[in-house]
Design a protein around this ligand. Structure first.
Ligand code: SF4
Length: 344
């Protein structure tokens, strides 16, 4: 990194930022676009992984992770400008003026009027990922007094192109550029392979040569004395720090009474299968047999097993010698997506 870190990254790195996906619609066609089929091109809203139907869904998810700020993303959020403005006002109104909000856009629709509205609504930071013809949108944002920078992927072999962009950013007094490690995902793997890119050895998804390109740019920026932060964000930081931090914050608020919070941000619990009983009847039978309060055990998400805390497992085994018991590790998401299951 040259020259510090963009403000929007600070709480993001602690997993303290809500990711508000405003729409999957976008007028760019980036070959490395990572959007999934459930989102790409679709008029859908998600708060982290939670589908949003009402404003309350956003507030509840923000509360669930004790959000210190929000990153508004898409698609291009400016395609749904009224919605984006409404969400900015909602978040500032509920979480207070210190709730830091940054927004990503390809800049295509970032007219002076749109930028003025975003600023007036309370947006703290705007990050452009523009095609060359839209570079001027960033100058417009700066002219309006916004905290504005850029975010681009590090394309293997693409350092010189980013350096040219940074020279432009310096000329309009931009505030930062964030360079992300390029990653393979199911949605872009074909396109990346077609261009000769490969997954880096020892990595699940990072593209070979991406980190080298990013570091070349960072070193160049230092040597050139570029006067704003040129920050490199490796995918390992996103996975290991940001995502884990967000999960841990969610687990702290959303763990059920029978779930234990694990160090990696997931939750663990024992799931009991009672012969001949499922769902609520199974839960009532089990709670009664081991003398537990019904609020201390739960029906498993698939409706079949009964979830119990570690302290009840011995009593369950004595009361139900034929029961199956497994240990399930799950993400503390609303749907409790399963991470791992071990018979025990
Ligand atoms: S601007 Fe973003 S959302 Fe749009 S195509 Fe490019 S990567 Fe995908």
């Amino acid at each position: 990194m040259a020259g510090g870190m963009p403000r929007g990254c600070e709480s993001c790195l602690r997993g303290a930022k809500l990711v508000l996906f405003v729409t999957g619609e976008c007028e760019s066609a980036c070959y490395y676009c990572p959007l999934s089929e459930r989102r790409k091109g679709l008029n859908v809203v998600y708060a982290n992984e939670v589908p949003v139907e009402t404003d309350l869904d956003i507030i509840l998810e923000g509360r669930a992770i004790d959000a210190e700020g929000t990153g508004i993303t898409g698609g291009d959020p400016l395609i749904r400008l009224p919605r984006t403005l409404k969400f900015i006002k909602l978040l500032k109104g509920f979480f207070g003026p210190d709730h830091h909000i940054h927004l990503y856009t390809n800049g295509r629709r970032a007219s002076r009027q749109a930028l003025s509205k975003l600023k007036a609504a309370g947006l703290d930071e705007i990050r452009f990922h523009p095609a060359r013809r839209d570079w001027g949108r960033l100058a417009e944002a700066k002219a309006l007094g916004m905290y504005a920078g850029a975010e681009v992927p590090a394309i293997p072999g693409g350092a010189v192109e980013v350096e040219g962009f940074i020279r432009y950013l310096a000329s309009v007094k931009a505030d930062f550029i964030n360079i992300n490690q390029l990653e393979f995902c199911p949605q872009n793997a074909f396109q990346l392979r077609q261009r000769g890119f490969r997954v880096m050895g020892g990595s699940m998804a990072a593209a070979e040569g991406s980190e080298e390109a990013a570091m070349e740019v960072v070193r160049w920026a230092e040597a050139e004395g570029i006067g704003f932060p040129v920050h490199y964000c490796p995918s390992s930081v996103k996975d290991a720090v940001q995502t884990r931090g967000r999960l841990a914050r969610r687990a702290a608020n959303a763990a059920r009474p029978w779930e234990e919070r694990l160090e990696d941000g997931t939750v663990g619990k024992f799931v009991v299968g009672l012969p001949g009983a499922t769902g609520r009847p199974a839960k009532c039978i089990l709670a009664k047999a081991v003398g537990a309060d019904a609020s201390q055990v739960g029906v498993a998400d698939d409706g079949r097993g009964v979830e119990v805390p570690r302290r009840l497992v011995d009593a369950v085994r004595i009361a139900f010698p034929d029961a199956t018991v497994s240990y399930v590790q799950a993400y503390p998401t609303a749907a409790r997506d399963k991470f791992a299951e071990f018979p025990c």
